[in-house]
Design a protein around this ligand. Structure first.
Ligand SMILES: [Zn+2]
Length: 272
């Protein structure tokens, strides 16, 4: 599932491809349920002829302001990706929607499992539930993280997935941040010490920064067709694999239904 680094990679890809400044033709929508708001007809009519002025990101959402003050908002869902191709290039499999651009290219929304979403809104926040701080911006401080977690009795892993706690984290980077900070996924958030909270804060920033850098390098190396999914985390996600730090075999547990990989030695459940 695309998380902050993947969505940021998509944003950078779209900007470098020159999406900002392009005028959109009438989009072709082949799976109506993708359009959440307004109706499909109003969406197509509202987008056609508008010029994209920028590409922004909030959490896992992409936001393209249009020249009439509205916002095209995109969420990639579980398996979505975006590409800008010449219109004559063979469409990729699972192409669901396309937006013609006025220079003869197309913005293509590929979405095998059809969990992606589109909105056309006057306020992009209407697409989202309450969002916490952006973890790579200065508003994400140790104090902000502590405030979000200190009174909560839920497992740390579950809270890291809540977009109102931190915007943009998903299953993979939550596991990575817990691994880097030596915190068991089931640790109750209100039992974390000040040192653990500051370690977790540092680990979140480190995991995301590393990944964003890996995507930037891959874009440079493989332009104009950079990868949409890398595996830039260190905790192995397969049975029988060893912890890169201590070689103990990693384990998987389900925390509120989500698979959570961890090292039982580096991330002990009972901390004395
Ligand atoms: Zn270990």
């Amino acid at each position: 599932m695309p998380e902050l680094p993947e969505v940021e990679n998509t944003r950078q890809y779209l900007l470098r491809s020159g999406l900002a400044g392009q005028r959109l033709g009438a989009p072709e929508i082949t799976w109506a349920k993708t359009v959440r708001e307004p109706s499909v007809g109003e969406f197509i009519e509202g987008v056609a002829g508008r010029t994209v002025t920028d590409v922004q990101r909030r959490g896992k959402y992409l936001i393209a302001p249009l020249d009439d003050g509205q916002y095209l908002v995109l969420h990639l869902g579980m398996t979505g990706s975006l590409r800008i191709h010449d219109a004559g290039r063979e469409p990729p499999p699972m192409l669901r929607h396309l937006f013609p651009l006025d220079d003869g290219r197309e913005l293509r929304f590929i979405d095998p499992r059809k969990f992606g979403h589109l909105w056309l809104l006057t306020d992009p926040a209407d697409a989202m539930s309450k969002m916490g701080p952006e973890p790579l911006e200065p508003t994400f401080t140790i104090g902000a993280l502590t405030e979000s977690l200190a009174a909560r009795k839920a497992p740390a892993k579950a809270l890291l997935l809540e977009q109102s706690v931190i915007a943009g984290l998903g299953n993979l980077y939550a596991d990575e941040a817990l691994f880097l900070s030596g915190i068991h996924p089931e640790r109750t958030a209100n039992t974390l010490s000040d040192d653990e909270l500051s370690g977790l804060h540092r680990a979140i920033v480190t995991a995301l920064t590393r990944s964003v850098a890996a995507y930037a390098a891959a874009r440079d190396a493989e332009w104009p067709d950079p990868p949409t999914a890398l595996s830039p985390w260190t905790i192995p996600r397969a049975a029988g694999e060893g912890c890169p730090r201590c070689a103990t075999t990693v384990e998987m547990i389900r925390v509120r239904g989500r698979s959570s990989w961890y090292c039982p030695a580096c991330q002990p459940k009972d901390v004395t």
